[in-house]
Design a protein around this ligand. Sequence first.
Ligand SMILES: [Ca+2]
Ligand SMILES: [Ca+2]
Ligand SMILES: [Ca+2]
Length: 619
Amino acid sequence: MKLFRTLGFLLLLLIFPCIISDVFAEPVLKNPNYSIEIFVDGLEFPTTMDFLNDGIIVLEKNSGKIKYIQNGSLEKIQLLDFNVSGGWELGLLGILVDENFVFIYVTEAVVDGGEQISNKLYRYTWNGTSLTDQKIIHEFPLSPSGIHVGGIMTKNLDGELFLIIGDMASSSHNLGGPTQNFDNNILRDTGIILNVVKDGSILKPMESQNPIEHYYAIGIRNSFGISVDPITGKIWDTENGENTFDEINFIEKKFNSGWEKIMGISVPSQVKLLPKFENFEYSDPEFSWEKTVAPTSLIFFNSLKFPDNKNNLLVSDCNNGNIYEFKLNSERNGFVFENIGLQDKVFNPSDNMVEIIFGAGFGCVTDLKFGPDGILYVVSATEGKIFRVIPSENVQQNKNNIQPFVNISNENLKFKKYIDADIKYGNFSNSDLSGANFSKSNMLNVEFNESILKDTNLSNSNLKHASFKNTILTNAILLNADVSGAFFENSSLENTILQGLIGLNAKFTNVTFFNSNLEGANLSRSDLSNVDFTGANLSNVDFTGANLSNVDFTGANLSGVQYYNSNIGVVIIDENTIVDGCFGPDFWNRGMALIYQKISQNEDIISEIILNLIPLFCV
Ligand SMILES: [Ca+2]
Ligand SMILES: [Ca+2]
Ligand SMILES: [Ca+2]
């Protein structure tokens, strides 16, 4: 995804705030012991920041202004004002403070908003009040399309500086070379992690005597995040995929990220096809998102104020306003996950996100930094703000006054009332919530795994992406609730009231809906494999695009049901199943339908009945 291009898209969506209410909500954190405050407001599309002296230095992408905010005063002092080409992914992009030096990466123009004339890394000297002694350190090729220009920097434990440069969309202008995994001699300083020569003695590494010695890594597509592990000293990056497979990478020296032959986790045949270039070695990402989120900054918890998170890594995104948290393995070269869906190191759209969520609602986050004060600073380009995440010590958790991200698993909460409550990202796993009332509540991403929700009222609630694995929902009321993207694996929904339920893309595998009422529910594109609908009222249910393999419709009411584009594997009906005349052509057009009449528990007898039954269903 092209990070800054998405801005136009996001603004378009602002016209329809209902669609993206989750993205533009107030920022929230999963851990109730941490709080958020707005530290700086009124910035114009800020990109990156760093700490200087006792203040913060922050860049504005399209105005070309560098602002300084001194500790204790939110008054902004303007240090520099570049003329920048601020279109697409161009402009004032990267900053790193190294002792008294300040390194700045910028795409310049003759006037603000004009044609790009150069991509440069500058070095300034901080004299206590201003940035002086401008020196050009490196100069880079222009990106003809104005995208994938990079500019984020980091410093390792030996004091070496590294700058990440995207592929500048080189191949679309026939300029793709070995650093994009093309087998030719077009060597340009693109798609690389550059070991910065701090004194400016090598202006263009690609024209130097030995360009390769300056390249720490190649095969980078487009990046807005590079960071050094404070324990191991190793470099990590984030990379943006085109439409699929964003990446988080652990990077050894001479790493080849694979672009533009590979994005995301490779298959062996792809790796074999990579041309051999010097001693660069391909390796797979440590994590990827199947559907792009536009990951941006990544930062290690290098703060005594967050002892519980010390082995974790944070990654922000631009598309969803999320900050993700990943737990490092003991070697700190990969991650560990509890959730089985994440153990393949890929976040697929059907996976549950709760385990890796740190916070949400931050807008397009462009930088994360831990300050000298141990506090987490979050730069949001679209909000024009710098937020601070502060651990609030000795917070008293009041269970009757539930805040977002509550964690009250293993509790007995029978008959509690949470009507109209905002309890998104809450954790109610392993709890007995029989008879509780959650109607009209916002329970986005809430977890009810292994819980008892007998007679619980969840009517008109927002349960998008909620998790109900192995949950007992007997006699529960989910009238008009929205469970889109939710997980109900192995749960029991017997005698449950589900009229008007919205359940798009939800996962109901191995669920029992015995005698439940789902009249008018919309279960489009949901996975309903191995579901038992015995005796259920399914009249006018929308199963468009759903997976209905191995479903038992014994005695169910299927009148007016829509099956368009659904995958119907083996389904069971009996003489009491109400099918409204016939299933209709859509039912059979999927080509895989086999209907078994259930007249016996004996599997052999069931299969003998099939052929006789087919004419009943309009074929
Ligand atoms: Ca300017
Ligand atoms: Ca890669
Ligand atoms: Ca997965």
